[in-house]
Structures are given as C-alpha cells and as structure tokens.
Design a protein around this ligand. Sequence first.
Ligand code: GUN
Length: 282
Amino acid sequence: MVNIINGSVLAKKIRGQVAEDIGRLKKERGVSPKLCVVLVGDDPASQIYVRNKEKACAEVGIESEICRLPASIDEKNLINIVKKLNSDANIHGILVQLPLPDTISAINVLNEIAEVKDVDGLHPINMGKLLKGESPLFLPCTAEGIIELILSTGTEIRGKEAVVVGRSNIVGKPVALMLLQRHATVTICHSRTRDLGAVTKRANILVASVGSAGIVHGEMVKDGAIVIDVGMNRVAGKLTGDVDFESASEKAAYITPVPGGVGPMTIAMLMKNGYLAAKRAA
Ligand code: GUN
C-alpha cells in the first residue's frame, strides 16, 4: 500500500516554524527580512510561482518586492539592476525567477547576485561549496525541499541507491550532491541515458526532474521505492508530474503527488532562506 507524502502539510509546518523565527528576529534584533524577486517577461507559469512566493512571504512575515521587467531588457541592464539590489542594505535576499528570455544568459545574471543574498543557492560559491561538501550559506530550495520530503518518511538515506532523473542546475545536480553527502549511492540520468528504466528500477529513492509529463511509469519503479516527482507540466490545462502517479503508486512505498508534493516545499525552503539571509545580515 503506497503512502502519499503530503508536501503541503509539511511545508505549512516549516512555514509556521519560519514565521516564529522571524517574529523572534524582529523582536530581539529589530530586523525585518525583505526579499526581492526579479521577474523578467510574462511567462505565465513564472507569474503564478512568483504570486505564490509573494503570498508565502506575507504569511511568514517577510516583506517582498517584485521587480517586474520587460522581456526586452538586455543582459547588461538586468545585471545593473541585480548590482543595485546587492548594494541595497534593506534587501536581504534576491531571487531571479527562471527561465529568463533566450537573449539573456541566466548563468551570467545568477553569477552577479551577492553570495550572501543568494536565497536560491545558485551562485557559484554556494553551489561550489555544496560540491565540495563545505557548508554553503544557502541550499537550492527545491533540492532541499526534496531531502526534507524524503526524511519525513523516516527512511535512512545512507547506503541507499538513489537515482535522479534530470541534470539541471536548479534541481538535478544539487539534489544528487545532497543525496551523496548523506551517503546514498547516486546515479544521475538524463536525455542520453540508455535504458532509463533499467537504471530507475535500481532506485530505493527515485527523483524525477526532467520536465516530461509521465515519463516515469510503474514498470520503471522498484518495489518499495520512495518516488519524488518534481515535474510541473501543463497537459491540457492540468498540472501533471514527471511520474505516472497511478502506475508508480502500485510499486512505490512512498510517492509525492503533483500538485501538493515538491512545489509547496520549494517555497517553504525559500522562506527559510529568506529568514537565514536576514539573520545573517543582523
Ligand atoms: N523557476 C522555477 N523554479 C525556480 C526556482 O526554484 N528558482 C528560480 N529562481 N526560478 C525558478
């Protein structure tokens, strides 16, 4: 019998803890956390994600500012805006919502965010520290949320076979490193992987993060696996994960739903990072 991991409930609990921590920070240190989200263009999914981040900020007591910019902005001007935010002492955390328009290099822009304000954990220093097993100031939110979801099942990660499908900088690579740090045996699969199912079938912990609706189905899942579905695909107007929930549920011991699994955890971890950024500044 499969257990559904309720990301919404866990995220709510984490936001509650963050709200308490922020209340204490305000009272004891007089510091009020503030986050700036830079949103370029009018990608409809990004608009929804940013609105959800704004709502969560209000709930936990983080002031948020959305810096809306036209898709026509060039890289140099965007970098100048990031630099201004870096030097604004009232802003503790900066998040540049991805994807950026094709005309702009996300790498160049993310590299300019001050390491101490990098609440997305995507700056090369923070990512580099993660790679080296040092302590980054911030961990990438979705990857950290995934680890929390796995831990919430009470399963020990050490010694397990973990397979991550997807090698993005935002999710695949950092979550693989975090699993490795917790002593899992980690395999990363991607679009050129031969016989994907043969690899995923080895996984005690399977993370699907490729952005391809239903690519992971039941016969690719090991009996008793933990299946984490990071996919947020729109299929006929409906939000759909990378995992075929029905068939995978027949094999998995634990599975995350879409929506209500990883998504709310990403935002909860962003709130935690916003708090950490302000606490550090204090
Ligand atoms: N777009 C989709 N997910 C994310 C995320 O976690 N961070 C940023 N910056 N952009 C995203």
